[in-house]
Design a protein around this ligand. Sequence first.
Ligand code: JAH
Length: 213
Amino acid sequence: MRIDVVSIFPDYLAPLDLSLVGKARAAGILDLRVHDLRDWTTDRHRTVDDTPFGGGAGMVMRPDVWGTALDEVLGLGAAATPASDAPVDSAQRPHLIIPTPSGTPFTQRIAEQLAGEQHLVFACGRYEGIDARVEEHYRASGVVVSEVSIGDYVLNGGEVAALVVIEAVARLLPGVVGNPESLVEESHGEAGLLEYPVYTKPPEWAAWACPRS
Ligand code: JAH
């Protein structure tokens, strides 16, 4: 699987070098690339935001900078456009994912669907978010676009939500979790592994015994 993340704080994604996700990258199971949005700016100050149209507090991320970045990362150059009679396989198309507090609640079912796809691109907004025409434009261009939320709260940007989604998806890729039975048990449902207490050795600790099986 290929995953691209575009952010003005690429260092926020540093934990993806660690643990199982880091090993999946090193093993070539996951081709994960993190990009700095400012690499696609053209002005001296590398500006990515501007004041809201119609007034209001805060700043909004500019559609032109995001458009240049996403055209490249999604592979939408003229040379990459498939013939109009080419078969359409949605799992092969890039999927643009925009973390936002108003998005579809992220679940294990969604993680399972995303794990079957070829290419995920995360657009991490900051400030008051990304100009809404960006999402509209890519959806109209035939890109699969999802707004996702990892919970009903506001963060300072989409990076932490992208980390959560990437970890949940990457561990479902074949060969990432050492013992695939760990995944099978979870797939038995919402409850599954999550809802009973677990124990290990020593069988007696601080006057507390493990329950007998
Ligand atoms: C905040 C862009 N569901 C959690 C979540 C995801 C994204 C954001 N906030 C919360 C966010 C500011 C700008 C995205």
